[in-house]
Design a protein around this ligand. Sequence first.
Ligand SMILES: [Zn+2]
Length: 322
Amino acid sequence: MTKHRPRGDLNRWHTLRLQTLVVFMLLCLDTGILQAQPSGFMEIAPGIYLRPGIQQNFSSHNRGHIANIGFIVGKQAVAVIDTGSSYQEGLALRQAIREITALPIEYVILTHMHPDHTLGAAAFDQDKPVYIGHAQLKDALIRRQTYYLDRLKEVLGSTAEGTRLALPSAGVEIDQEVKLELGDRILELQAYPTARTNNDLSIYDRNSGTLWLSDLLFVERTPVVDGSLLGWLKVIDDLDQREAIRVVPGHGPVVNEWKEALADQRRYLEALLSGIRKIVRKNGTIEQAIERVGQEEKDNWLLFDEYHGRNVTASFVELEWE
Ligand SMILES: [Zn+2]
């Protein structure tokens, strides 16, 4: 016989449990523990799972978990989107997938070359997936692999163990239409001309209206130019014409009001552009540009001091001879 609690008790018990849960969640939000729960993944739309990256610099403290990574589950297959910064992070991602579904992992999509997005990929070798990225991704990874792997070992120490490169077996050309079928859902892949990097790729899930822009959009965190400032601004113009219900950035929270986030990023990049052009026109130096350009944006972005100077330097070199 089942023992029933008196209804009043049950309500009180539910209220207490709810209060405890709310307090726990608030504590978690405050300390960032929410991201470190067993698998750390949240379902942001039906069948779309995201492990939010920590908004910090790559370090042994955060074990390199700084990028948004995730996966999409269809009726017949799974596609991974970005794999984290180490073999271990890739294995944890694979484990999270296996806790949710036993379907085959057919695709591992890499949104661009950066190590916090790509270096966990080899954890999926056992699934024999199609590793897919921008047509220029393979070359970009090969050229940087020694630097990426050495740096990873230096920062993460033993956490980096087992990490190796998994190169894309398929490439998406700019203007090529590539669709991946997962059964009941189709993912549209798009490769871009040089913008954030020279190998940016986005993924659009038609079923849920989710556009995974990865590092083409930074939310809250200082955008980092590692391709072309002018190219990125052009791509932002194109993205602004698109429709999507939600956007997954490479760093920062998922956004529904994503055009606003895109406008914030544009404002920052335009501040770089106009500030540097002004200094170049007066035959000013990079040092002057680093000191003066875009300082009004300082309070709008996380990690500004870590990345802004680098952005000015890279963009100065790009704009110096235009
Ligand atoms: Zn990133």
